[in-house]
Design a protein around this ligand. Structure first.
Ligand code: HEM
Length: 166
């Protein structure tokens, strides 16, 4: 049971953190480069359920992680060790990253996606410019949120990597 949970935890964690690092380092800057041409790709990503898979993988990582933590604690006395404390720091960072993802980044990305789809059908003019400005602001917000998440996940990964040697 412990090993199964460990495999699930690590696979889901790699998916979540890897996807976040890819988004922040390559995907979001590429969207910025191509401007309005990115609308098609962002719609395709939404159709492939990016906004479902990311939070689901994040949740699986966190639930499995806390399950592992609980099993280790059941041994008694473990919670006071340096390993438990370091893993705890990583757990807190990942939990905050998840909360930022579902409350800031995900809604901003979904709104920007819906609005940029609507932009395609709007006539040129003030209303369209205003909508484009809103899309830009939402994308900036989601970029900042994603950077914060990637930084928190970097902290989590570092703690998961060193904890057992502490
Ligand atoms: C993106 C987030 C995360 C990633 C990528 C990740 C990755 C990893 C990896 C690679 C290990 C193996 C470390 C080793 O063998 O020395 C590990 C272990 C562990 N992780 Fe995470 N983790 C994440 C989040 C969490 C969270 C939120 C918790 C919640 C408590 C957690 C709890 C644990 C525990 C208790 C272990 C030790 C398991 C054992 O004793 O074998 N992790 N994690």
């Amino acid at each position: 049971m412990f090993l199964t949970l460990r495999i699930i935890h690590i696979i889901a964690g790699v998916f979540w953190a890897g996807a976040m690092f890819f988004m922040v380092s390559f995907l979001m800057p590429a969207f910025k480069d191509v401007g309005p041409d990115g609308a098609k790709l962002s719609a395709a990503l939404a159709n492939r359920r990016l906004f479902v898979w990311m939070p689901v993988m994040a949740l699986i990582t966190i639930v499995a992680g806390f399950g592992l933590y609980g099993m280790r604690m059941a041994g008694g006395g473990w919670a006071a060790t340096m390993e438990a404390r370091i893993l705890g720091i990583g757990a807190v960072a990942a939990t905050i990253a998840f909360i930022v993802g579902v409350t800031v980044t995900r809604p901003a990305m979904m709104k920007a996606d819906a609005l940029s789809k609507a932009l395609g059908t709007m006539p040129a003019g003030g209303a369209r410019d205003a909508a484009q400005a809103t899309v830009n602001a939402l994308r900036k917000r989601s970029m900042m949120g994603s950077r914060g998440i990637a930084t928190l996940l970097l902290i989590t990964l570092a703690t998961m990597a060193i904890a057992r040697y502490a």
